[in-house]
Write a protein that binds this ligand. Structure first.
Ligand code: THU
Length: 160
């Protein structure tokens, strides 16, 4: 028997202004997208912006439903749209912003487990890492060099 250690390294930017300019503009798209979130039940709105290797930017936000589980997170709304419109493009970077509409969210909000699994599918499919940046409404921004970094021991097609 032996223990194994799994480590992830993340980069933390102190605030939006520290971001490289290309990431700041991608994050701005996520901030814009967040404004259109349909979140009447949770009042928690999320915006996602995805940069593809064909230079297209795809955005999405969370879409809730009176039948709660029928709603969808911003990340999956955006990534499935990207997959449906640009099936041959690779996803290069994702910017995410999230927060309550009732109080200001300063904590960086990471993608939920189901969204990590969905993003992982594309990372495995395209065989290149997807950079992910996430923040609250304001405050620190966290960068992960890949989705795998956020989902150690992930389940993927190699197990099927
Ligand atoms: N939500 C997202 O859009 N992305 C996540 O990664 C976490 C949660 C949404 C789903 C729901 O509309 C609201 O945030 C509260 O959970």
């Amino acid at each position: 028997m032996k223990d194994i250690k799994i480590e992830s390294t993340l980069t933390v930017y102190d605030n939006f202004n520290e971001l490289p300019s290309d990431i700041a503009s991608l994050m701005e798209k996520a901030i814009e997208a967040r404004k259109n979130a349909y979140a009447p039940y949770s009042n928690f709105s999320v915006g996602a912006a995805i940069l593809l290797d064909n230079n297209q930017i795809v955005t999405g936000n969370n879409q809730e439903n009176a039948s709660y589980p029928s709603g969808l997170c911003a990340e999956r709304t955006a990534i499935y749209y990207a997959g449906s419109q640009y099936p041959d493009a690779k996803i290069v970077k994702m910017a995410l912003t999230a927060g309550s509409r009732i109080s200001q969210t300063i904590t960086p909000i990471p993608p939920c487990g189901a969204c990590r699994q969905a993003i992982a599918e594309y990372e495995v499919k395209q065989k290149t890492p997807i950079e992910i940046y996430f923040m609250g409404e304001t405050g620190k921004v966290v960068k992960s060099n890949s989705l795998a970094n956020l989902l150690p021991l992930g389940f993927d097609r190699s197990f099927l």
